[in-house]
Design a protein around this ligand. Structure first.
Ligand code: ZN
Length: 139
């Protein structure tokens, strides 16, 4: 579940770094890696489109997903407490085990630099893939 998308950029960090521009490629790489191992990984969105929270839950339910993994990037911000609450919606409303992964902080200098490096983004995605494979016990 790539967080945000479309008109919803998610958190905006250093140099205008947008959360949705991290969650989308990370999620796509995770899907590709899992599919390559014969695991049917379904994305709630595969391109840059806005998607409400309930439709994300619906996709997971319709897919009979074994697990739900929501991909986000964090921000240090006291001005958006509603986002912190809203993002847990998908965790509470899915019937399968669900986890929300914060890949780092778009407002963090080190993390922001990492997010701008495609190689580093791949490393983040591969780490999450590894965790999923361990959880599914297929490594
Ligand atoms: Zn988010």
């Amino acid at each position: 579940d790539p967080g945000h998308g479309g008109r919803d950029p998610g958190a905006v960090g250093i140099g205008g770094l947008r959360e949705k521009d991290i969650t989308t490629p990370v999620s796509r790489r995770i899907q590709a890696s899992l599919n390559a191992r014969g695991i049917n990984a379904v994305l709630t969105r595969s391109d840059d489109r806005e998607l409400d929270l309930q439709p994300r839950v619906n996709i997971a339910e319709r897919s009979n997903a074994d697990i739900f993994v929501s991909i986000h990037s964090n921000a240090i911000s006291l001005s958006r407490p509603d986002v912190r609450r809203a993002r847990f919606y998908v965790l509470v409303n899915t019937s399968m085990p669900a986890v929300l992964v914060e890949t780092g902080f778009v407002t963090g200098r080190e993390d922001a630099a990492r997010f701008r490096n495609p190689q580093e983004v791949n490393t983040i995605a591969d780490g999450i893939t590894s965790g999923i494979l361990q959880y599914l016990n297929v490594q």
